[in-house]
Write a protein that binds this ligand. Structure first.
Ligand SMILES: *Cc1c(COP(=O)(O)O)cnc(C)c1O
Length: 434
């Protein structure tokens, strides 16, 4: 009789899945050429041409602008730096509030702390898991200055109503596109729908340069402020008498290197190919799992393109008859990890990250002296459990996510994943025995 692996049976597969690796000979060649030139970074924190970086930095930024239909691209050393720079460029400071989703990577919210602003959490939509415009509206106060909209998992947020709210209340819209390169909303790539878009080039993302980030904007003044914040702004602003508002223009060092940009140029050439592989793989698996009642593949709006950083599914316990966590643990037990991920576990999990406001820094409100504890802050934002009920329900009961679509996963690998689901589904009631 078949026994589930979690109950001591033989797993569907033990051979590790292939390593996630987007780096090829082309990146090797490009990186080697930079290494041999000896010019690993040409940035200078001084007002001259090289204030904007060397040839590879500029080539990568130009190519990115073209691909993402942006007037400007500013490269930075991570998306986290990019988010912080965007908060700085938007002119935020102590006393200001930033509305953000709680269901995202921590930096989408913590970027506000860098300039003493306060993250205020709005709830998400239960179909696409992005910020719900109605919830944003409820959270707007006279202190609100910006919204960080995250295109979580690779599906664009519903931008039109969010942009309408932002216009009405004069808010800066920062799009966190780290999980959504070339996702489209009504035919336009995310990143320039709002005021600034931030992309990640860390190792886990669709394409990468080890670490890195890109900021897109169509606004000349914001682009200039971002470039100043990236590279020790204070050394340059004496030469820029047209700048009247110097708020936040003391600089950081968020510079990306020539080596990373040379790799990035090559990665960008293959982004479309990697996206189609992810999209195909997700479609293939969704089709296979469609016959399991209560396992619901993600929604994709008709006028949007989902690029699947992860593939989010919804689990309906009332139909499946066993709790989500137990079911997903059982599927995970049927499948191996992947090469290069041996120690970090399985490629599937119940929920995503814990709703951010439940982290200790929000619960204890002691992470900075000037944000929520600032004498200039007149608000009283809450981080109590229950704050965003949809987010909590998705996290605790309904959502599960997997990364089995990552290149170079093939149909045969996905057949094993589907088989694991089918096996667990068929024998799910044995999970309730012990
Ligand atoms: C990965 C990620 C980031 C941070 O990216 P880094 O480049 O590692 O700083 C920010 N937001 C989201 C939604 C992410 O997935």
């Amino acid at each position: 009789m078949t026994q589930l692996a979690i109950m001591g049976g033989k797993p569907v597969r033990t051979k590790l899945f292939p390593a996630y690796n987007t780096i090829t000979k082309k990146e090797e060649k490009a990186a080697l050429a930079v290494l041999r030139s000896g010019n690993l970074s040409q940035f200078i924190g001084d007002w001259c041409d090289d204030f904007f970086g060397g040839p590879k930095v500029r080539e990568f930024e130009t190519a990115w602008s073209e691909k993402f239909q942006a007037r400007h691209t500013v490269s930075v050393n991570s998306a986290t730096s990019g988010l912080i720079a965007a908060i700085g460029a938007a002119g935020l400071g102590p006393g200001d509030e930033v509305i953000v989703s709680p269901y995202t990577m921590s930096a989408s919210a913590s970027c506000a702390f860098a300039y003493g602003a306060v993250p205020v959490f709005a709830d998400i939509q239960e179909d696409i898991f992005t910020l719900d415009p109605a919830s944003i509206e409820e959270k707007i106060t006279p202190r609100t200055k910006a919204i960080v909209v995250v295109h979580i998992f690779g599906h664009p947020a519903d931008m039109d109503p969010i942009l309408a709210l932002a216009r009405r209340h004069q808010l800066t819209v920062i799009e966190d596109c780290a999980q959504a390169p070339l996702a489209t909303y009504k035919g336009r790539p995310v990143g320039t729908l709002g005021d600034m878009g931030i992309f990640s080039l860390n190792y886990h993302k669709h394409i990468h340069t080890g670490e890195g980030g890109m900021i897109t904007t169509n606004d000349d003044a914001l682009a200039e402020r971002l470039r100043l914040i990236r590279n020790h702004g204070e050394v340059a602003i004496d030469s820029l008498p047209h700048l009247h508002d110097l708020t936040n223009l003391w600089g950081q060092n968020y510079r990306l290197t020539e080596l990373q940009c040379a790799i990035g140029v090559e990665q960008l050439h293959r982004l479309d190919g990697y996206l189609s592989q992810r999209i195909d793989n997700c479609g293939y698996l969704a089709e296979k799992l469609a016959k399991l009642p209560g396992i619901l593949p993600p929604v994709e709006y008709a006028d949007c393109r989902h690029v699947y950083y992860v593939q989010p599914y919804k689990f309906q316990e009332e139909l499946v008859d066993v709790p989500r966590d137990r079911f997903i643990q059982a599927v995970a037990a049927e499948l191996p990890s992947a090469y290069l991920r041996e120690t970090t576990g399985k490629l599937i999990g119940a929920g995503y990250v814990r709703p951010l406001y439940l982290q200790r820094i929000y619960q204890e409100k002691n992470v900075t002296r000037c944000s929520f504890n600032c004498p200039r802050y007149q608000g009283k934002t809450s981080y109590a459990k229950g704050l965003c009920p949809v987010t909590e329900r998705m996290h605790e009961e309904e959502l599960f996510t997997h990364e089995y679509m990552r290149p170079p996963m093939r149909k045969a690998d996905l057949d094993d994943v589907a088989h694991a689901f089918e096996k667990v589904y068929e024998h799910r009631h044995t999970l309730l025995e012990s």
